[in-house]
Write a protein that binds this ligand. Structure first.
Ligand code: ATP
Ligand code: MG
Length: 225
């Protein structure tokens, strides 16, 4: 029911913008999504509504630059799970652009990909508050922020503030833009790590991710070791 109302609302914004020739707004949401969970889905929908976004792209990373030392599930499984979790929701699209790119999945390259795909659109990049703390270390962040707006969602346990080191790489105006796009989203204390641990301990994970994802995990025997 909620999904239906949200997709009807997204559709009406899109029709309004198309008929009035208004620039399309796109929210790009990258991550490992190993697996995708309700925290991802709820904050993305909340931010999309808050900013009047036309389309949210979930973008599973091939190799996250922040997780080079970690073992992750195949891109195919993570992509399939993102597709399943957003099935029937018009607001969402899942992109495999990072999965087809060799090497580490840099946001900078992904923004370039979407700029070419949607030259007229306004691009936003969504992160959780945990990522905001490390933004100063991101690859070419000074250029990145000139091509998209960084939008930050709340995450339990993480500060809602820009790191002082960001001043070393960005000017005050850009930092202010990032600050003004910190959005108090619903707090969901869910992580993919907790889901993986929960499954490997054979515990009940319902409520953390959609039931179809738990079914998929079971069918493919993921996270059991
Ligand atoms: P892991 O525990 O494996 O790191 P995760 O739950 O942090 O998984 P990621 O795929 O690493 O999920 O995160 C993708 C993006 O989603 C990041 O920007 C992260 O900050 C954000 N995010 C993840 N979970 C939440 C949550 N519960 N609330 C807000 N943002 C979240
Ligand atoms: Mg994470």
């Amino acid at each position: 029911m909620i999904a239906f109302q949200l997709s009807a609302w997204a559709e009406s914004i899109l029709i309004y913008k198309m008929t009035n020739n208004i620039r399309k707004s796109i929210l790009l949401f990258g991550g490992t999504f190993d697996p995708i969970h309700n925290g991802h889905l709820v904050v993305a929908q909340y931010v999309a509504k808050h900013l009047g976004i036309d389309k949210v792209y979930i973008i599973p990373a091939a190799i996250s630059p922040h997780k080079l030392d970690k073992k992750i599930t195949s891109g195919q499984h993570r992509y399939e799970m993102a597709k399943l979790a957003t099935r029937g929701m018009d607001l969402f699209e899942v992109s495999d652009c990072e999965l087809h790119r060799p090497g580490a999945s840099y946001t900078f390259d992904t923004i370039y990909h979407f700029e070419k795909k949607y030259p007229q659109a306004k691009l936003h990049w969504l992160i959780g508050a945990d990522c905001l703390e490390h933004l100063h270390n991101w690859y070419r962040v000074d250029k990145l922020v000139t091509h998209c707006t960084i939008v930050t969602a709340s995450r339990p346990g993480f500060r809602f503030a820009v790191n002082k080191y960001l001043h070393d790489v960005l000017d005050d105006e850009k930092i202010e833009e990032i600050r003004s796009h910190i959005i108090a989203t619903p707090l969901l204390d869910i992580s993919s790590t907790a889901i993986r641990e929960c499954i490997s301990a054979n515990k009940d994970c319902s409520g953390m991710t959609p039931a179809v994802i738990l079914e998929y995990i079971g069918q493919h025997n993921l996270y059991r070791n």
